[in-house]
Design a protein around this ligand. Structure first.
Ligand SMILES: [Fe+2]
Length: 227
């Protein structure tokens, strides 16, 4: 009897631990997932975020420290870069001039999903300590390989694959100069590249508190700065 109570307590503890572990990975992107209006697209994005390699959630955006702004360096830097790219997209969606996609809101949701996943395999399928130039293809194929498991429409999954594959823009060659990545050509592809490109500019300074973007200094601090 005593043993069974103890075993049950252990099982519950392990279950709680697993649930906690499971929730931890994608929860950091709850703000960004909630920008996605379509539930099936949002849940597909959440599912794939859980399946990304663990290193994605802790590595800096740039392993050398040369090519990304300060906020995306250090532990969790790639997560903050990803959040910045999504936020740039959301801000641009608010401007009708940029908001002219063929499929309207659905394409906006797919763009957010693509940005959430675009660097998910930055160091390859397992942690390697350096950026893999082919990482857009790895992430794109990862999305495609899950096509039958996702609640979203298959044609939408193919669109996300396309958006991720070309996100590097003009940086489409390996070290030997061989062209290995597609160039963004369609409006939605260029838009994804634009958001990733802007999020990685060195002059950019985005404030984060606990991995959440802070819109501006609070009023008290602003008054202090004016003096
Ligand atoms: Fe990126």
């Amino acid at each position: 009897m005593w043993y069974s109570i103890n075993i049950n307590a252990c099982i519950i503890f392990i279950d709680l631990y697993l649930v906690w572990e499971f929730e931890m990975k994608s929860e950091v992107f709850n703000t960004e997932l909630n920008y996605i209006k379509d539930e099936q697209i949002r849940e597909s994005a959440r599912y794939l975020l859980e399946e990304l390699p663990d290193y994605f959630y802790v590595m800096p955006a740039s392993t050398s420290g040369k090519y990304h702004p300060h906020f995306s360096l250090g532990e969790g830097g790639l997560v903050r870069h990803t959040k910045a790219a999504v936020r740039i997209a959301v801000e641009l969606f608010r401007d009708n001039i940029f908001n002219t996609f063929e499929y309207g809101d659905r394409t906006q949701d797919l763009i957010i999903m693509a940005l959430l996943l675009h660097d998910g395999f930055k160091q390859g399928k397992t942690e390697s300590g350096s950026t893999k130039i082919e990482h857009p293809l790895l992430a794109a194929e990862f999305v495609f390989s899950n096509i039958t498991k996702l609640p979203m429409k298959q044609m939408d999954t193919l669109q996300v694959r396309r958006l991720i594959a070309s996100h590097m823009g003009p940086w489409d060659k390996d070290k030997s100069g061989n062209k290995i990545l597609p160039i963004p050509r369609r409006d939605d592809e260029i838009f994804v590249h634009l958001c990733d490109y802007m999020a990685s500019r060195n002059f950019l300074n985005i404030n984060f508190v606990d991995n959440e973007i802070v819109d501006s200094v609070d009023r008290g601090q602003a008054r202090t700065l004016k003096k």
